[in-house]
Design a protein around this ligand. Structure first.
Ligand code: FNR
Length: 183
């Protein structure tokens, strides 16, 4: 069984990002299971945790969770044309201590979403920059920008046939990438 971690960049209870992630989780083929990764409980990164303060228990749990997963789907909103701080914090926590990043080499895919028309382009590409540095092979094409997300979600479900088809092709491409890297 290949395990795909889903990281949602919003902590909001009714987050469109989470609702979209729920829809996409259902598009993985048999042999794949998805698991949402908790990031909202991680204390803000402080390099003193690597010294005097010691490692917070939440960091250890999070790093072990990430280690046990084979690939990551990030579904995120855009905050001020970038990724939300909570998501950057989780990426930073997983990247440390130096040389022991739990992200290293794990395949990833990015979906940005916005209730607006620009579809989180800035967040998508800032996240791409970070994941590239973390040595994560990322799905390049198709790019997934989901705009007008409030209208797209009908009681939490994406019913637009074209969007479902697009997301299925996106997941299929991600699965191909995972197979190439985990072979
Ligand atoms: C936003 N929002 C936003 N939207 C956007 O398209 N580009 C942006 O740069 C921003 N900036 C931004 C900053 C902050 C601090 C907040 C709280 C919001 C609006 C955002 O897309 C909207 O709140 C979404 O609903 C957030 O996604 P979730 O929480 O529904 O997944």
């Amino acid at each position: 069984m290949t395990k795909v971690g889903i990281v949602v960049g919003s902590l909001r209870k009714e987050a469109f990002s989470k609702q979209i992630a729920d829809n996409v989780a259902g598009l993985f083929p048999s042999g794949y299971e998805t698991e949402f990764v908790e990031i909202g409980n991680l204390p803000l990164f402080n390099q003193d945790f690597e010294g005097d303060l010691g490692t917070p228990a939440e960091y250890t749990t999070f790093r072990n969770t990430v280690k046990g997963l084979d690939a990551f789907l990030f579904v995120t909103p855009e905050y001020n044309r970038s990724i939300p701080g909570v998501l950057k914090n989780a990426l930073d926590v997983g990247s440390r201590p130096y040389g022991e990043s739990v992200w290293n080499g794990k395949p990833a895919a990015i979906i940005s979403q916005s209730p607006g028309a620009i579809s989180g382009f800035g967040a998508n590409h800032h996240l791409r920059q970070v994941l590239t540095f973390l040595n994560m092979p990322v799905v390049q094409q198709p790019e997934a920008y989901i705009g007008n997300s409030a209208e797209l979600l009908d009681g939490g479900k994406i019913t637009n046939e074209g969007t479902v088809q697009f997301l299925q092709s996106f997941v299929d491409t991600f699965v191909d990438l995972i197979k190439r890297h985990n072979a």
